[in-house]
Design a protein around this ligand. Structure first.
Ligand code: PGA
Length: 249
């Protein structure tokens, strides 16, 4: 049985008090029915979030980390720093990191290697831009992103990998891929993983969808057989909406 996962990417939102307020509201929600629920506050609030959630099933995850384990990288956060405060999972390759912070496929491959070498789970994001989809190039773009960042991994490393397909044109735009478009791409991705690493790994890897998932559309998207959950941005900032999405699986 593949894991079902709903992860909230808070991005650069919520100050210290707002972080506590949202966590308190999430903790007041009911059971998650076997869904792994994760939240990614900004780096400086991770430690606080871990403490505030220590009696909860909600897991705290990072939004990013550097590929080096330490050194002269002003402003960056290392895998060991995350782990030292109890963070066991990190988002890598988000389209905003790629677009605004010049994260290349090559740098992301290094980040993924560092993470898995330290037993850190990775939620690896990728997805095409609107012009790629219009040009019917979306499968090639996604394949290229995955091959460059993940296909040098050893088979044993895949137990740390969660995939998150996030078409860039759907992130924060209110526009979602249709459930059929999501399923089509997720099946393509699973097939690629099977070609590279075999049927068992492909069958077990969770593939999340991200991009304007809301309570109103979550159920239909999650009903697709190769969609194993979601990476949620805007709607993760509201406890009611986020919980409704969790319950839609
Ligand atoms: P969104 O963001 O849900 O606000 O579209 C998704 C994401 O960036 O992971």
């Amino acid at each position: 049985m593949r894991k079902k996962i709903v992860a909230g990417n808070w991005k650069m939102n919520n100050d210290k008090q707002e972080t506590t307020t949202l966590i308190t509201a999430l903790k007041a929600k009911g059971a998650f029915n076997g869904v792994e629920v994760k939240i990614a506050p900004t780096a400086i609030h991770l430690s606080q979030a871990v403490t505030e959630l220590n009696d909860s099933a909600i897991e705290v995850i990072g939004q990013n980390m550097h590929q080096a384990t330490n050194g002269a990288y002003t402003g960056e956060v290392s895998v060991g720093m995350l782990q030292s405060i109890g963070v066991k999972s990190v988002i890598l390759g988000h389209s905003e990191r790629r677009a605004y912070f010049n994260e290349t496929d090559e740098a992301l491959a290094e980040k993924v290697k560092t993470a898995v070498a330290h037993d850190m789970e990775v939620i690896f994001c990728f997805g095409e831009e609107l012009e790629d989809r219009k040009a019917d190039n979306h499968f090639a773009v996604v394949e290229n992103q995955l091959r460059k960042a993940l296909f040098d991994l050893d088979s044993a490393d895949w137990k740390y990998i969660v995939l998150a397909y996030e078409p860039v044109w759907a992130i924060g735009t209110g526009e979602t891929a249709s459930p059929e478009q999501a399923q089509e791409m997720h099946a393509f991705i699973r097939n690629l993983v099977e070609e590279g690493f075999g049927a068992e790994i492909a069958e077990n890897v969770a593939i999340l969808y991200g991009g304007s998932v809301k309570p109103a559309n979550a159920q239909e998207i999650f009903s697709k057989s190769d969609v194993d959950g979601g990476l949620i941005g805007g709607a993760a900032l509201n406890a009611d909406d986020f919980f409704a999405i969790v319950q839609s699986i």
